[in-house]
Design a protein around this ligand. Structure first.
Ligand code: T3D
Length: 262
């Protein structure tokens, strides 16, 4: 039986590899359930201090497996509202609410929900040969997995609309220059760079990093006064962590801090 998501923990990093390479790692039900279970594990396991998401083979993820949506196979038409509610939305919420950094290494094409799952991660590195495709319009759908929310926020309406309405590929370098991702890197360097980044974050002050993520995500939807109150509360929490005490002591002792994630 093949594992649709390969999962391993090394040096505090939960590495998740989407693994249906023959189908460009598109999501069938089994992969949906495994992926969600792994992100839940990232929430609950203390040993996990960062997550690294990537794909096996030449693609990152081509979104929903359309073989499972073949209208010629008969029966009722699929209720996509139901599948979104059951599979994509819970996963998106789990990625955004994870109070640990999640890095995405986009090793090849990221299409449909595959593109938007990548873009929901905190830091996105992409192989220079990778492409991002809002493929939905090609089959009559709307950008899901949070895409119709994140694209206009990140890119503004003009670029978001052109990408979504046309469904044309965006290169990794263009994605970087538009600020849609953190960095395009040489294909051969991607695994090593992404792992190094995930491992570095896994040795960080996990509580503070998680609160930082929470604050930055909240910024777009609240006013400054509300946000300043939230910063106060988060700083209060961070200030009570052992990692903050260690950070200050290490600074004063002129040595690198040894954070334990609590
Ligand atoms: O249904 C719901 O629950 C609602 C939620 C929807 C979310 C969505 O993601 S909708 C969007 C679904 N995705 C797409 O529309 C993308 C479909 N794929 C493509 O357009 C192309 O494959 C790519 C542009 C991504 C890559 O093109 P290329 O030329 O590099 O590769 P290819 O030859 O098209 O694909 C390689 C194989 O993967 C091929 O199989 P074969 O012919 O070798 O047996 C192809 O059929 C398969 N594959 C790629 N994407 C999918 C797929 N099989 C099933 N579903 C896919 N999405």
């Amino acid at each position: 039986e093949i594992q649709t998501v390969i999962s391993e923990i090394n040096n505090g990093v939960l590495k998740l590899t989407l693994n249906r390479p023959d189908k460009l790692n598109s999501f069938n039900e089994e992969m949906h359930l495994s992926f969600r279970a792994e992100i839940e594990r990232a929430h609950s396991e203390k040993a996990v201090r960062s997550v690294l998401l990537t794909g096996s083979g030449r693609g990152f993820c081509a979104g929903q497996d359309l073989g499972d949506r073949d209208p010629r196979k008969g029966g009722e038409r699929s209720d996509l509202g139901h599948t979104i509610e059951t599979f994509y939305n819970p996963t998106l919420r789990l990625i955004r609410s994870l109070e640990k950094p999640i890095i995405c290494a986009v090793n090849g094409v990221a299409a449909g929900a595959g593109a938007n799952i990548a873009l929901a991660c905190d830091i996105v590195l992409a192989a220079r040969s990778a492409k991002f495709i809002q493929a939905f319009s090609k089959i009559g759908l709307i950008p899901d997995a949070g895409g119709s929310w994140s694209l206009p926020r990140i890119l503004g309406e003009p670029r978001a609309k052109a990408l979504a309405l046309l469904g044309e590929p965006l290169t990794a370098e263009q994605a970087e220059s538009w600020g849609l991702i953190w960095k395009a890197v040489d294909d051969a360097a991607l695994p090593e760079e992404a792992t190094a980044l995930a491992e570095k974050l896994a040795t960080g002050p996990t509580v503070g990093l998680g609160l930082t993520k929470r604050l930055i995500q909240a910024a777009a939807s609240q006013d400054l006064d509300t946000h300043l109150d939230m910063e106060r509360d988060c700083q209060q929490t961070a200030g009570f962590t052992d990692d903050y005490a260690e950070g200050v002591i290490a600074f004063l002792e002129k040595r690198p801090a040894q954070f334990r994630g609590e």
